[in-house]
Write a protein that binds this ligand. Structure first.
Ligand code: TYD
Length: 209
């Protein structure tokens, strides 16, 4: 989010994949990685929460989110991101790589915002993180996203609150207006979504410096 720092340091590209759970963004990230590598690009794929110390602590919380306060939860995501930025994102950008990252700070704004934290404050606390060149926000009706999750995993989600909170998350994602955001309609075949993704990605990769 720090423009000066970005333009001085950055040589690679940061493309982030965002949206509510179950939109197919992780599948699309992998398809894009295969496509770009076949075209000769040096691609790094990564995700948040990471596999690092803080990411692992976050995953343990999935089972019982109320073990920590909302502030502590936000801090964990921020600590995880600081590690990620320092150890992987900035070095890879400096090496000129294309980084495909599954979730980044727009997820914090949407999810922790939906949990009641102030969205502008969340954005401010993410000032240390380089702005993405492109944020693909995958859009799908929360009811459909839950159907996809339950049918893929064979789980039953009978908690109505989850649909309610995903609706709040979705509303925040839909209200964001950064210039680097591109909304992708995820209610299409995997192939059609992939075409929409590659079209958006080539607009930034072919952009003159
Ligand atoms: P997800 O991409 O589903 O990861 P995994 O495949 O490891 O389960 O993300 C896990 C959850 O974390 C998802 O529901 C969104 C949430 N999340 C936040 O609440 N804030 C954040 O900043 C990030 C990165 C994720």
């Amino acid at each position: 989010m720090d423009q000066n720092e970005n333009s001085e340091m950055k040589r690679g590209s940061l493309i982030v994949f965002e949206g509510i759970d179950g939109t197919g963004k992780s599948t699309q990230l992998e398809l894009l990685a295969v496509h770009l590598r076949a075209s000769g690009y040096d691609v790094v794929t990564t995700k948040e929460p990471t596999e690092g110390e803080f990411g692992q602590r976050i995953r343990k919380l999935y089972l019982n989110r109320d073990e920590v306060t909302r502030e502590e939860e936000l801090d964990l995501f921020l600590c995880d991101r600081r590690d990620h930025v320092e150890h992987l994102i900035r070095p890879s950008l400096a090496e000129g790589k294309i980084i495909l990252c599954d979730r980044y700070y727009l997820s914090t704004m949407a999810y922790q915002g939906a949990a009641g934290m102030n969205i502008d404050e969340i954005a401010r606390k993410n000032n240390f993180a380089p702005e993405p060149d492109l944020a693909l926000i995958f859009q799908l009706n929360p009811r459909q996203s839950i159907e996809r999750i339950t049918s893929n995993r064979g789980d039953r989600l009978n908690d109505f609150e989850q649909e309610d909170s995903l609706k709040k998350v979705e509303r925040i994602f839909n209200s964001l207006s950064y210039p680097y955001i591109c909304y992708i309609d995820a209610d299409q075949t995997i192939e059609d979504v992939h075409h929409a993704v590659t079209a958006a990605v080539y607009t930034i990769l072919n952009r003159p410096e």
